[in-house]
Design a protein. Structure first.
Length: 78
């Protein structure tokens, strides 16, 4: 399974991510939302129980991509 943690996705921005998590409430909310969606996807992909529909999993993956795009844009602008 692929690692989609934000610091793994953007290793060159890890320091900036860590600073913004501590000092920027707007970024922190986006980051936490991204990590929650990512953890839920991992739970569904890895688990034998608590299965979800393919449609729901696809929607979660789309949401993760959307959040990642917003976070990347934010990181580049700040």
């Amino acid at each position: 399974m692929e690692n989609h943690n934000l610091t793994h996705e953007f290793p060159e921005l890890e320091e900036k991510i860590n600073v913004l998590k501590l000092n920027d409430d707007g970024f922190k909310r986006m980051y936490v939302n991204y990590e929650e969606v990512n953890a839920l996807i991992q739970h569904y992909e890895e688990g034998e129980q608590n299965h979800t529909s393919d449609e729901h999993l696809t929607d979660l993956r789309r949401k993760r991509v959307h959040l990642k795009d917003h976070l990347y844009t934010y990181l580049k602008q700040n």
